[in-house]
Design a protein around this ligand. Structure first.
Ligand code: SF4
Ligand code: SF4
Length: 423
């Protein structure tokens, strides 16, 4: 990696703690990722992106800002990023998957709050995330109570705009959301100084749909037995989709899919066709939260799909590309985003139907339902998920954990026992 210290210093990064973070990340990546066998060659690009996560991409964003682009940071797949790209802005999904900065976060947040919320606050307060620092605006949302209240505090440290997300899916909720989408359009136009025209929005919709199409293509290939790519690598690809340049990323994922299709023709899997196949469902796994996938795939199973926001939930629904007027295009965005089956909605039966369908489509032997500690929406919903899966005869294991490494051995014991039963 080139020397980026001057760039980080200019962004106000705490260099000493940041070195520490990069060391930890590098070691974790080596243990969980680079130690895998039979990785597709196309993963080289993703390895490069991770190795330059705070380097090359940050430089690209700063260069774009120098010529007038604005960068927007988000924490939820509910924010319609198409509006940002349509105004020549850049959207980055910010990481919130590491424990580092926890001490700083606990000075302003309760200890008993979801680790994802603690993580985004910690990254900011400890000055560890160059993405957060360089963003012109952070767009938050009112999805869950913890996040919505945390954004009040976060806004004291960083320019933040919050969208109100509905909790139900009635007609009046669609109206509320449509209104919020129009308000975001105005906000983005104000920050970028660019008018979002129907032509620009249409082309941004296509850009992001293309990325979703590539990720869908990748996921479809994972239905094969033997599966051509590990769950860890597929998760990483989904995590990187949130901050890489969408056009370049889409091209690289499609090239990787070409390679995987050849593997499938040769019946060449990343693991044997006898390996236990697992669907991982639940709370989002933001970068660099790789603990559970690492434990599962070193316990004799392979993850063949993720029912989460860093996975199916983010790519399932497409935006209708046929609209021509602003009204038609905004309606298409509203309809697409209201299809998200986040546990913050009530009722949320479609999520349970989706999980059962995925379990069948991906021919899984069992489901691991993963919840971040103190994530009430997914924790409470796990009861209904478990009941529905049991009714279908699909074995399920419920896991609740955080970002610390303290429970790795305990998780390993439980997961190995579950895999043994599935076997
Ligand atoms: S789980 Fe819900 S709140 Fe969290 S990122 Fe996904 S859609 Fe947003
Ligand atoms: S993981 Fe759960 S508690 Fe945490 S921010 Fe997302 S919905 Fe809220």
């Amino acid at each position: 990696m080139a020397d980026y210290r001057e760039m980080w210093r200019s962004l106000g990064i705490d260099l000493e703690s940041h070195d520490n973070l990069l060391d930890i990340l590098g070691k974790l990546y080596g243990d969980i990722y680079l130690s895998q066998n039979k990785r597709p060659e196309g993963m080289e690009y993703l390895d490069f992106v991770v190795s330059e996560v705070h380097g090359y991409r940050i430089k690209e964003l700063l260069d774009a800002q120098k010529v007038g682009s604005k960068v927007f940071g988000t924490f939820c797949v509910f924010v319609p990023e198409e509006l940002i790209w349509a105004a020549d802005g850049i959207c980055v999904g910010l990481c919130a998957g590491a424990e580092i900065g926890k001490g700083d976060a606990e000075k302003v947040l309760p200890r008993s709050i979801c680790p994802l919320i603690k993580s985004f606050m910690g990254f900011k307060l400890a000055h560890l995330c160059p993405y957060t620092e360089l963003c012109d605006l952070i767009i938050g949302e009112t999805t869950c109570d913890g996040k919505k209240k945390a954004f009040e505090i976060f806004s004291e440290f960083k320019s933040t705009y919050v969208m109100e997300t509905p909790q139900m899916k009635r007609e009046k909720d669609y109206d509320l959301w449509r209104n919020e989408v129009y308000k975001l359009k105005e906000k983005v136009e104000e920050v970028t100084g660019k008018e979002i025209t129907p032509e620009r929005l249409k082309s941004a919709i296509k850009l992001i749909n293309d990325r979703r199409r590539a990720l869908k293509r990748l996921n479809k290939l994972r239905r094969e037995i033997p599966v051509p790519i590990s769950g860890r690598d597929a998760l990483l690809i989904n995590q990187i989709s949130f901050y890489d340049d969408p056009k370049r990323f889409t091209e690289k994922v499609n090239l990787l899919c070409d390679e995987l299709e050849k593997r499938i023709e040769r019946k060449e899997g990343v693991v044997s066709d006898k390996t236990v196949r697992v669907l991982l469902a639940g709370s989002p796994m933001a970068l660099p939260n790789w603990k559970l996938p690492g434990v599962i795939e070193s316990s004799g199973a392979v993850i063949v799909d993720e029912e989460s926001c860093i996975g199916e939930r983010n790519i399932r629904a497409m935006v209708d590309e046929s609209g021509e007027t602003m009204e038609e295009l905004i309606d298409a965005l509203v309809d697409r985003y209201m299809q998200i089956d986040c546990a913050c909605f009530t009722p949320n039966n479609e999520r349970i139907e989706h999980i059962i369908q995925l379990a069948k489509d991906f021919k899984v032997d069992g489901v691991i339902h993963y919840t971040l500690q103190f994530c009430d929406p997914y924790l409470v919903e796990s009861y209904k998920v478990e009941k529905a899966l049991e009714k279908e005869g699909i074995p399920v294991l419920r896991i609740e954990t955080d970002y610390s490494m303290e429970d790795v051995e305990q998780l390993k014991t439980r997961i190995e026992a579950f895999v043994e039963v599935l076997r």
